[in-house]
Design a protein around this ligand. Structure first.
Ligand code: SER
Ligand code: ZN
Length: 532
């Protein structure tokens, strides 16, 4: 997909918005062609911003029905709407005000499948990356974290009304309508907002977290498909247990819902407490699915669930940092699959995917760093480089630090940045802080495109029992990066004898060699092993 907006977004141009939106209360009155969205936003001017600075909200494909500040309707002269923005020229000078915006959207004719759409009788949302602006006017950027309350009103023919967070009141309304309220206590960016309304079937289960909290689990599917969701439920419970055991990440809401529908074009999406999937990544039974279908379902269920901490509790400051959540979460789902299945077999499959999709990307005209520096259309950056290479970079970090320090770094990441929107620099800093390592050369893996090549030759001197290993790294230029800097490449190694057994050695010189890893930092290293 490419939507050329004409403007290029640059990493170095990032600056915080003038206003924050700490609270967002939404009421949806669902109707196929004219859904009314009432948004009550608590808007706060940030420190250091001039009182009355203009407030520029994002909004696309919206019909504005009303706008008011602190209960007073705004005259049309007080705001402008153009090119995807609603700008209030002079908001109140005080530090905080309440903005009420009423918009109308047309879910039935929303063919973009971004924002709120109606397909096969089910209302569904997709807001990553910039779909929320098709629901209401908002600061639709990931560093605006807000506590959401949602009320959904719909016909009783749509019995299931879901949104993020924990369920609140629900009940009947006049005229064959009913409502449900939801509250999500965890501040989140708008791209994690979700709403589903439909006549769906469900399977239910329960998970008790390690601190004894009971979580109600639901997987909602098109009627008649319920039994084919059982494997996904099993994978979900295993994911929840694994994330506690391996990363210390406990689930934080009273409910966790998955909705799987056939018309969802993103694959799967990690909306807080309400993951939405294309149902081909949820439904399977022994009659119709292959082994690799089961493995995929397990991996994708885990991936979206793991985002609850890596992506949702800690999110991205801006879309340049997409790998912060995606690379890390792919790394986590890879480790999960390796623990659930054969570590060697899953690793071979992951490397095959990397070589089949990411290597060609890195060698072609679209080569880009794991953390890009510019984009026109962020939807074009959900790439194998951001996801798969992003995961391999985290894996290398784990190789460099070892299991213990890596876990301590992750613990510090969760502790230090919970509830924040952060950057790759913040991520790397926690590992520097727990280990004392300087990761500045390693950080090139995020900043520089291209696949390094490493060649190795060995020679053995029987008389002195010395083995010499010559290793050289090189990297071909990529578009807009003619000169490449030398990378820090951790090379896990072992010496293996003709009988297939590990060969011991005495000392190693010529590179830093520790715990079975050779650290390449220069173009060429000649590593000498003695006592071989
Ligand atoms: N954020 C979603 C995912 O990767 C969609 O790309 O899980
Ligand atoms: Zn993801």
């Amino acid at each position: 997909m490419r939507t050329d907006t004409g403007s290029i977004f640059r990493l170095e141009d990032y600056r915080p918005s003038d206003y924050a939106i700490p609270r967002t209360a939404l009421t949806f009155s669902l109707a196929p062609e004219a859904t009314i969205v009432r948004a009550r936003l608590t808007v706060e001017r940030r420190e250091g911003v001039a009182p009355g600075a203009p407030l520029r909200l994002d909004g696309e494909k919206l019909t504005l029905r009303g706008i008011a500040i602190d209960g007073e309707a705004l005259p049309v002269s007080a705001f402008t709407i153009e090119e995807g923005h609603l700008t209030i020229a002079r908001p109140p000078a005080g530090p905080r005000f309440e903005l009420l915006v009423e918009t109308e959207v047309d879910p039935l004719h929303n063919q973009a499948l971004m924002g709120l759409y109606l397909s096969n009788g089910v209302y569904c949302t997709q807001c990553e990356a910039e779909g929320f602006r098709r629901i209401t006017y908002f600061l639709d950027r990931p560093d605006i974290l807000s506590v959401y309350s949602v009320r959904i009103e719909a016909d009783e023919t749509l019995p299931v009304l879901l949104s993020n967070g924990n369920p609140g009141e629900s009940g009947r309304l006049e005229g064959g309508r009913h409502f449900a309220e939801w509250h999500d206590p965890f501040p989140k960016p708008s791209y994690l907002f979700a709403l589903v309304a439909g006549d769906l079937g469900a399977i239910r289960d329960r998970f008790v977290t390690h601190s004894g909290k009971s979580v109600e689990l639901g997987i909602h599917v098109e009627r008649g498909k319920e039994n084919r969701a059982r494997y996904a439920m099993d994978a979900l419970k295993r994911s929840m247990a694994w994330d506690e055991a391996v990363f210390g990440c406990e689930y934080d809401l009273d409910v966790f819902n998955i909705v799987a529908v056939s018309d969802f074009n993103i694959g799967a999406m990690e909306n807080k407490g309400l993951n939405i999937f294309n149902d081909k990544y949820v439904l399977a039974d022994e009659e119709t699915a292959t082994d690799s279908d089961f493995a995929n379902i397990e991996a994708i269920i885990a991936h979206e669930y793991f985002h609850n901490w890596t992506g949702n509790r800690i999110t991205c400051r801006d879309w340049f940092q997409l790998c912060l959540k995606e690379g890390l979460t792919v790394y986590r789902d890879h480790q999960f699959s390796a623990d659930q299945r054969s570590r060697a077999v899953t690793r071979i499959a992951q490397v095959r995917t990397l070589r089949a999709h990411q290597f060609p990307e890195d060698q072609g005209p679209l080569a880009h760093p794991v953390r890009p520096r510019r984009y026109r259309e962020i939807n074009n950056f959900y790439t194998a480089t951001v996801y798969e290479k992003g995961s391999e970079v985290v894996r290398m970090l784990r190789t460099i630090l070892g299991a213990g320090l890596f876990r301590r770094g992750m613990d510090l990441y969760f502790k230090r940045h919970d509830g924040q929107a952060v950057t790759i620099e913040d991520f790397l800093r926690v590992f520097e802080d727990v280990s004392g390592h300087d990761l500045s050369q390693f950080a090139l893996w995020y900043h520089q495109a291209g696949t390094p090549s490493v060649t190795a030759t060995t020679s053995y001197q029987p008389a002195s029992r010395e083995l010499t290993l010559e290793i050289e790294q090189s990297m071909a230029p990529t578009p807009s990066e003619p000169r490449k800097r030398l990378m820090h490449i951790p090379l896990a190694f072992g010496l293996v004898g003709p009988d297939g057994r590990d060969l011991p050695f005495g000392t190693a010189a010529g590179a830093t060699v520790e715990d079975g890893v050779i650290h390449l930092r220069k173009r060429r290293h000649v590593v000498t092993f003695t006592g071989v």
